[in-house]
Design a protein around this ligand. Structure first.
Ligand code: SAM
Ligand code: DTB
Ligand code: SF4
Length: 343
């Protein structure tokens, strides 16, 4: 392989990936895949640095959507206690605690089909302003957004919006019937137009095929620009949900998907999101080797447990990882923010 070809394949950012190309990358021998992912990673990001994000559920349960994986859907009996929207002062206090614990990004999740208008939306804006004032990267995930809501969130200081495509367009209807893929894409476009960076990824282990994972990656990697942040979740199987009886996912599927995402979207932050509690340290380490450079820290995700802070500290120490300091997004105009990572 000539040096020129090698440099081109690891540093070029492309938006015209075909399904065939993605399949070929995904299916290559795992060690070749990891090698290329690691080369790509090091060409765009500082090695041994992991972004730590803190997640908090600001409104819990009783969601009208029927997402088959979700403990917060009103369609399933999961025994989850519902909670109305949190007081903004409480949210900001939690963000302060997250910052004291070393987190640099704070993500607020709400079990809504779409962000509401009126008093509740005003309260969310107050939360965003309060967390932004702490000099943390602020992210929200509130369901579908209108253009005007995206604009107001941006003005309040929102850096990123999480809205997952979850799986391939073909498999989507098997998991959710109360909305369509196009709804998701529309919200992502509204977020992008408002100049907020995009956080969008998926869930593995829902019974999807390899081709569905490739299809999800194709959707994400042909967005222009790429999502600045790509969470890869392993399904957390919750009793009572439609997907509770799914067999456990082979962690190597996470590794393969993360490595492919790293190659396709070289500048993006790739987050090893839900599922770390169900994974060994060794499997998580392979995900880092594959190019994951972001995780959720703190003892809980939204409603399910995450590894304890002490366990994570030990993992960082044993692997020689350091938290990634400072902002990873430039939120002024939504343009290619990941260029900041060590190029
Ligand atoms: N209601 C909003 C929405 O769906 O966009 C925001 C909150 S929702 C809980 C955020 C994301 O969490 C979902 O898009 C899904 O990808 C992920 N998620 C939910 N339940 C999960 C589970 N059991 N395992 C893994 N990921 C899950
Ligand atoms: C994302 O991709 N994963 C996070 C965050 N974005 C909002 C949510 C994971 C939720 C896991 C199930 C739960 O704790 O309720
Ligand atoms: Fe509601 Fe979001 Fe859960 Fe779907 S994933 S049921 S939209 S909270």
């Amino acid at each position: 392989m000539s040096t020129t070809f090698f440099e081109k394949t690891t540093t070029e950012v492309r938006y015209d990936w075909t399904r065939g190309e993605i399949r070929a990358i995904y299916r290559q021998p795992l060690l070749d895949l990891l090698h290329r992912a690691q080369e790509t990673h090091r060409a765009h990001h500082p090695p041994n640095r992991i972004q730590t994000c803190w997640l908090v559920s600001i409104k819990t349960g009783a969601c009208p959507e029927d997402c088959g994986y979700c403990p917060q859907s009103a369609h399933y009996k999961t025994g989850l206690a519902r909670q109305e929207l949190m007081d903004p002062r409480e949210t900001v206090a939690q963000a302060r605690r997250a910052k004291e614990n070393g987190a640099t990004r704070f993500c607020m999740g709400a079990a809504w089909r779409q962000a509401p208008e009126g008093r509740e939306f005003e309260a969310v804006l107050e939360m965003v302003r309060g967390v932004a004032a702490l000099d943390m990267e602020v992210c929200c995930t509130l369901g579908m957004l209108t253009e005007s809501q995206a604009q107001r969130l941006k003005e309040a200081g929102l850096a990123a919006y999480n809205h997952n495509l979850d799986t391939s367009p073909e498999f989507y209807g098997n998991i959710i019937s109360t909305r369509v893929y196009e709804d998701r894409l529309r919200t992502l476009a509204a977020v992008r137009r408002a100049g907020i960076t995009v956080c969008s990824g998926g869930i593995l282990g829902m019974g999807e095929s390899e081709e569905d994972r490739i299809g999800l990656l194709e959707q994400l990697a042909t967005l222009h620009p790429h999502p600045e942040s790509v969470p890869v979740n392993m399904l957390v199987r919750v009793e009572g949900t439609a997907l509770a009886a799914q067999p456990p996912l082979d962690p190597l599927v996470m590794v393969r998907t993360i490595a492919t995402a790293r190659i396709l979207m070289p500048r993006s932050m790739v987050r090893l999101a839900a599922g770390r509690k169900q994974m060994t340290r060794e499997a998580a380490t392979l995900c880092f080797l594959a190019g994951a450079n972001s995780i959720f820290v703190g003892e809980r995700l939204l409603t399910t447990p995450n590894p304890l802070p002490d366990e994570d500290q030990l993992l960082f120490r044993d692997l020689g990882l350091e938290p990634l300091e400072g902002p990873t997004v430039r939120c002024a105009d939504g343009s290619e923010p990941a260029a900041e990572h060590g190029e």
